[in-house]
Design a protein around this ligand. Structure first.
Ligand SMILES: NC(=O)c1ccc[n+]([C@@H]2O[C@H](COP(=O)([O-])OP(=O)(O)OC[C@H]3O[C@@H](n4cnc5c(N)ncnc54)[C@H](OP(=O)(O)O)[C@@H]3O)[C@@H](O)[C@H]2O)c1
Length: 246
């Protein structure tokens, strides 16, 4: 008996990093997992890799910044899987720039990916999720919560993640009691979000002296979408190795 038996779970950005680890874990727990992303080759490799370890994960192409793609995604999910009860809005991106360097295009792209996509997804899927008494989880970041910011170039990332945190609270309030909605705020995690793979430069960023492995964040995500967290909604859950108080 798995923690996610009989659940149909959509994971945006489920082909890499935190999303991929979460998808794998949910599938291991019996959930039917649909991962979404733009890079079909990466998705193919991920799905094959899962299959080799005896897990099935399904891929549907979708650019989460496109309202049309999300509408098509909804149709395909219903055609192929009949319903959906769990949404993990995880896709995100990071561009750092000083105030002077920020361009309109970068600002719009960051907000479209990190915030507007969550709104599109909820507009499209929330009725279905409410009918199925389901769960929504947003993946924000500790960067959206910090009362001080260590990096000086995170204007777009930090502010977009703060917006996502507030969006999640409104979703929780407006769709209770049928839907549980929570927001996860991971600290720095070893994923493709960072092009520079020298993770040791962040060794002293938190109390544990290292970045998180994606699997460690995935276990928190699983907890938040399965019935183990049945009394948690409207919460912002931090998993940052103590970065907030360092
Ligand atoms: N790594 C960290 O330190 C950290 C810390 C806190 C929060 N987070 C958050 O965790 C989430 C996952 O990031 P990650 O660290 O796992 O990074 P990652 O390995 O780079 O994964 C990002 C995922 O998002 C997908 N994606 C990006 N833009 C998309 C779009 N327009 N449409 C569809 N999919 C899109 C990517 O797939 P395609 O490229 O194929 O589209 C990829 O699967 C993000 O929201 C990130 O902000 C990360």
């Amino acid at each position: 008996m798995g923690k996610m038996d009989n659940r149909i779970v959509l994971v945006t950005g489920g082909t890499s990093g935190i999303g991929a680890s979460t998808s794998r874990l949910i599938a291991q727990e019996g959930g039917t997992v649909i991962v979404v992303g733009r890079n079909s080759e990466r998705a193919r490799i991920f799905c094959e890799d899962c299959e080799k370890s005896g897990i099935k994960v399904n891929y549907i192409y979708c650019d989460v910044t496109s309202k049309e793609d999300i509408s098509n995604l909804h149709k395909e999910v219903l055609d192929r899987f009949g319903k959906i009860d769990t949404l993990i809005s995880n896709a995100g991106m990071l561009i750092t720039a000083s105030l002077e360097e920020i361009t309109d295009d970068e600002w719009d792209k960051m907000y479209a990916t990190n915030v507007k996509s969550a709104m599109y997804l909820c507009q499209e899927f929330i009725d279905e999720i409410r009918n199925n008494k389901g769960v929504v989880l947003f993946n924000a970041s500790i960067n959206g919560l910090h009362n001080y910011i260590k990096g000086r170039r995170s204007y777009m990332y930090a502010s977009s993640k703060s917006a996502l945190i507030q969006f999640s609270r409104y979703m929780a309030k407006n769709y209770a009691p049928e839907v549980r909605v929570n927001c996860l705020c991971p600290g720095m995690t070893e994923t493709n979000l960072f092009t520079n793979k020298d993770y040791s430069r962040f060794a002293d960023c938190n109390l544990l002296g290292r970045m998180a492995k994606p699997e460690e964040i995935a276990r928190v995500a699983l907890f938040l979408v399965c019935d183990d967290s049945s009394y948690i909604t409207g919460s912002v859950i931090v998993a940052d190795g103590g970065e907030t108080i360092k």
